[in-house]
Design a protein around this ligand. Structure first.
Ligand SMILES: NC(=O)c1ccc[n+]([C@@H]2O[C@H](COP(=O)([O-])OP(=O)(O)OC[C@H]3O[C@@H](n4cnc5c(N)ncnc54)[C@H](O)[C@@H]3O)[C@@H](O)[C@H]2O)c1
Length: 355
């Protein structure tokens, strides 16, 4: 069973919850709109289903509504920021806008953001840069109960540490749709396990180990405590390669940003803190704009000439699945499963009881 709702109605419902939780109306609307955009983009894991967790994080005091990003270092091309545990959907956008001012001045910016609450879908930030014709690279660390096992390890030691690369393909009249690669370094995002668990579904082989380190298809092992109160763990994508990327994210975005790496036992805190290292490059200022445009379009064309492999929908480029989902869901509404909807209603009730 599930509920079908329009993006506009969903946004109003979630905005009202964040206002009750203490956000000013403009903040509540921006957070809700970002979550709904994740649903529209086909990533229900990073959509409105996060609302109960955000409400809990506010109630426990580790997500601080109405916070702004603080500038710690500003040397022009190098920007060191602190998100002050504000909503990632707010401080992440503020951080990108500050970085954009530097790119306009210098042609590039390296921006480090520490201690942001959950930034949501990282592709959102790459899409902001790509819309300006700029290349944008993002590495992210996740500080909350560690849910991903190191390659060869038997329990969760770090988060789903995502990477994202946005690249415009062609410009102006020649523009094609941008390349937006945006993925968790776990085999699959943790939120997708919550969605699968709520729907009562099993997941494919190779995604999960249980609390004893054995392979399992039950997404519940990373959603609800198992024997002895322990959790299972997600595997990294691509075996040792994904593990290497995940570790790089932790070092770049936990250690280098100053926000901190995870090296302690799991706790039951609901806040999810992200560190993000972002690099933005203006190809015009790099002096390669003309060949960049020509070569990127030629390479896309070359890829699209590959014949469809039997039984597949053929070659898709990163960013296309999200655009297709948006076109569909804007037209036909967003489906929310009953368990997720019940959790959203329960989080609203918690706030009602508080006042
Ligand atoms: N803020 C956080 O703490 C956090 C942590 C982890 C993940 N996330 C977000 O979770 C979201 C989902 O991550 P995920 O790893 O589950 O995503 P995923 O496995 O669905 O991979 C998504 C990426 O692969 C591309 N893609 C999908 N199918 C494709 C195909 N057939 N051919 C070519 N490209 C294809 C998509 O365009 C996208 O770039 C991301 O938006 C990520 O930023 C956020």
């Amino acid at each position: 069973m599930s509920l079908n709702i329009s993006a506009a109605d969903l946004e109003s419902k979630i905005t009202a919850i964040f206002v009750k939780a203490g956000s000013l109306p403009a903040e509540a609307k921006q957070v809700a709109s970002n979550l709904v955009m994740a649903n529209l983009s086909g990533h229900d894991s990073h959509g409105v289903g996060m609302t109960p967790r955000y409400v809990d994080a506010i109630l426990e005091g580790n997500l601080k509504p109405n916070s702004s990003v603080a500038i710690k270092v500003d040397t022009g091309m190098l920007l060191g920021l602190d998100g002050q545990q504000g909503f990632g959907q707010i401080v992440g956008v503020q951080a990108m806008e500050l970085a954009f001012e530097r790119v306009a001045q210098h042609g590039a910016c390296i921006m480090s953001l520490a201690s942001s609450h959950h930034l949501g879908r990282i592709g959102h930030y790459a899409e902001m840069a790509v819309a300006k014709g700029w290349v944008s690279l993002h590495f992210v660390s996740v500080a909350s109960r560690p849910v991903v096992a190191p390659f060869g390890g038997g329990d969760g030691r770090f988060g789903t540490n995502p990477c994202c690369i946005g690249i415009p393909i062609g410009y102006g009249a020649n523009a094609s749709e941008p390349f937006v690669l945006d993925f968790a370094t776990s085999r699959v995002a943790q939120g997708k396990m919550r969605v699968a668990y709520n729907k009562g579904e099993q997941v494919p082989d190779g995604y999960l180990i249980d609390e004893k380190g054995h392979p399992t298809n039950n997404p519940g092992v990373v959603v609800v405590p198992q024997s002895n109160g322990l959790f299972g763990a997600l595997m990294t994508f691509g075996d040792h390669k994904g593990f290497g990327m995940a570790m790089a994210c932790e070092l770049l975005c936990g250690a280098l940003t100053g926000g901190g790496t995870w090296h302690r036992e799991a706790d039951d805190k609901r806040a999810v803190l992200n560190g993000m290292l972002t690099m933005i490059i203006d190809p015009v200022r790099l002096g390669t704009q003309a060949s960049f445009e020509k070569e990127a379009l030629a390479f896309e064309d070359w890829l699209r000439q590959s014949p469809d492999a039997p039984g597949t929908e053929g070659v898709l480029l990163a960013g296309e699945p999200e655009r297709k989902a948006r076109a569909d869901r804007e037209q036909n509404g967003i489906w929310i499963d009953d368990a997720t909807w019940a959790e959203i209603q329960a989080s609203e009730a918690k706030l009602r009881n508080r006042h």
